[in-house]
Design a protein around this ligand. Structure first.
Ligand code: KG4
Ligand code: ZN
Length: 358
């Protein structure tokens, strides 16, 4: 197998391209060091629809992908990289296609290998990026919470994953977004609820914790219905405050997530827990997760800007695969750039989080 050329720190320079949903993102990373990270958000475009419109998202990716990749290379002061990585899935098909075609084109132009990365694996290892971060060793339990996912994942060896549980209905971020819409707080709802909750009293408007005993799965759609009935007839005069509703709701969601993560770590005898995904930016969730240290766990979470979708997490996940993967895996992954039909490079909107270690 051809040896990879390396960057200044002895690690390959990886360009990561992320276009799975509504952020057009690219970054250059070498050995866990971010040399550049550019994110062009489509929030303004989707705001008036109060949610992501797939057709608009893919068109916006098409417009932005060239300038975003160009800026990522300029800011990293490089004209090419040794490897190109892109998000294969899960995500919106039209959006994924734009990133995959851009990545393929660049790898062909530069004559360098191309790697397809699972978006969830990117979110997990985003916790290794940032100045205070440390490498995440196995075994660990990861909680990935975003607009599309609420997954509890066990990893017992590098590159080995078992999804213990996931949401049965709304993902945590999706629940925040829908409830914020009900409360007229705008889009995206997660950050808006986080801000309003800061001045609220979580005990004033309590909500049940949907713990679903006996399973590692989650369900947040009931909370949405509970909020609906509380505000349907208008706020109770002088009693219901939106900030209290936000604080109560946020407490119900975050305590459920944290309790189940703690229980999964205990059940599987794991000391390391990892938080990732857009909802990992939530203040209450970050506080609660850090408090797990008092239970004897080691916790890792990405810096806030790396919780939501970005190219650095994709480049970094690819770099880890290159570092830790077996020769046969690398042979399979590092396809020559003209080898598109390879399964490992096909965008897949419902790509499962599969183990790549044997
Ligand atoms: O990971 P991400 O950027 O995209 C997906 O892969 O889905 O996550 C976006 C989600 C949105 O639902 C957004 O409302 C939520 O993350 N989010 C938050 C916060 N910041 C973003 N939810 C709660 N609190 C926040 N501070
Ligand atoms: Zn995401």
């Amino acid at each position: 197998m051809k040896r990879l050329p390396t960057a200044g720190n002895g690690q390959p320079l990886v360009l990561g391209i992320e276009t799975s949903c509504d952020e057009t993102a690219a970054a250059v990373v070498a050995g866990g060091r971010i040399l550049s990270s550019v994110v062009s958000s489509q929030v303004a475009l989707h705001r008036r629809f109060q949610g992501v419109v797939p057709e608009l998202a893919s068109r916006a990716h098409l417009q932005k992908i060239g300038p975003v990749v160009g800026r990522a290379l300029d800011e990293a002061r490089v004209s090419r990289t040794d490897v190109v990585a892109f998000t294969r899935g899960p995500g919106l098909m039209g959006s994924l296609l734009v990133g995959s075609v851009a990545a393929r084109t660049l790898s062909r132009l530069w004559g360098c290998p191309l790697i397809g990365v699972n978006h969830l694996e990117g979110h997990i290892f985003a916790a290794e990026l940032g100045s205070e971060s440390r490498p995440i060793g196995t075994p660990f339990v990861a909680l990935i919470v975003s607009g599309g996912h609420t997954d509890l994942i066990l990893s017992e060896r590098p590159g080995g994953y078992r999804v213990l549980g996931r949401t049965r209905d709304d993902a945590a971020g999706e629940a925040f977004d829908k409830i914020a819409r009900l409360l007229g707080l705008g889009y995206p709802g997660g950050p808006a609820i986080d801000r309003r909750a800061a001045s609220g009293d979580s005990g004033a408007e309590p909500f049940p914790r949907p713990l679903l005993p006996g399973t590692w799965d989650f369900s947040f759609s009931g909370l949405k219905t509970a909020v609906y009935y509380r505000v349907k007839d208008g706020p109770r005069p002088g009693r219901t405050r939106v900030s209290d509703l936000c604080a109560g709701l946020q407490a119900a969601v975050t305590e459920t997530l944290i309790q189940k993560t703690l229980a999964a770590a205990r059940r599987h005898g794991v000391r390391d827990v990892v938080l990732g995904g857009g909802v990992a930016a939530n203040s209450a969730l970050r506080r609660g997760f850090k408090a797990l240290r008092e239970q004897g766990l080691r916790v890792a979470a990405p810096p806030r800007p790396l919780c939501t979708d970005n190219g650095a997490m994709i480049a970094h996940a690819a770099g880890r695969m290159l570092r830790l993967g077996s020769r046969s895996l690398l042979k399979r992954l590092l396809r020559p750039c003209d080898c598109l039909p390879a399964r490992s490079l096909r965008p897949d909107p419902s790509l499962p989080l599969a183990s790549w270690a044997s």
